[in-house]
Design a protein around this ligand. Structure first.
Ligand code: 0O2
Length: 221
């Protein structure tokens, strides 16, 4: 490559990576709006924590190599759909579906894929709702549709996934059989905990609704 070609390549690569950063900014704003508005209307916040990251060039190259895809920007864009990733932690399982519906129904968002590892957990016990969304980014001379992977989990699911991830890499992907079994048991306990917490929350909000009704009736009298 000559100097001019190298310059063009550098600009294209930078713009390519920037598009993912912009997509994360757009989506983070959308999530923040939902969070603030939900808090105001319902006096309750379904989102505990949000984090986002752009995949490192090294991980992108590894994934392309592993899958045997072409090393072109078009191929990377189409085949590596988790370059931009957002992880949302909710308090309760029902919040996950409320929030995902609210995101998916927005007109500028297209839902490319949904993987519900809550209704269908992975064999190791992993649970989370995964969405691949596509969002348009308006730049100076083009509109670029960008994929973003959104993972939505409860605190219990997140706790489990982060420990499992650490163990997986500590043992260099060769986790002893008894630990795999214990992780699976722990995933089941986490799922039970989510169910119990949901039940308590449900009962509390029904009580709160009844109280509000009574207060309003009292005010009318
Ligand atoms: P990182 O560092 O989190 O980005 P692929 O994307 O090729 O790996 P697939 O089937 O398209 O495979 O993706 P899938 O199943 O939707 O899951 C991808 C991401 O979900 C992973 O990203 C993890 O973040 C998370 N995940 C999926 N399964 C597990 C699991 O069993 N345990 C844990 N802890 N996390 C999981 P990466 O790329 O692996 O890593």
């Amino acid at each position: 490559l000559n100097v001019k070609q190298l310059k063009i390549l550098k600009t294209e690569l930078t713009r390519f990576m920037m598009s993912y950063k912009f997509a994360l900014q757009e989506l983070n704003t959308k999530i923040d709006i939902l969070k603030q508005e939900f808090q105001y209307i319902h006096d309750y916040n379904p989102i505990e924590h949000v984090s986002s990251r752009v995949k490192s060039p090294e991980s992108i190259v590894n994934k392309i190599q592993r899958r045997g895809n072409d090393f072109t920007l078009e191929s990377i864009r189409e085949n590596v759909r988790d370059i931009a990733g957002i992880r949302i932690t909710c308090s309760f399982e029902s919040d996950i579906y409320t929030l995902s519906e609210q995101l998916m129904q927005q007109h500028d968002i297209s839902v490319v894929e949904t993987k519900d590892y809550i209704k269908n957990p992975k064999p190791n016990g992993y649970r989370s709702l995964h969405l691949i969304l596509s969002i348009p980014i308006f730049m100076s001379d083009r509109v670029q549709d960008v994929y973003v992977e959104v993972q939505i989990r409860t605190i219990a699911m997140d706790f489990w996934a982060s420990l499992e991830h650490k163990i997986y890499y500590k043992y260099n992907k060769n986790v002893p059989e008894h630990l795999l079994k214990e992780l699976k048991d722990a995933a089941e306990s986490a799922a039970l905990l989510d169910q119990k917490m949901e039940k308590i929350q449900h009962e509390m909000s029904a009580w709160k609704d009844r109280q509000t009704d009574e207060d309003e009736r009292y005010e009318l009298i």
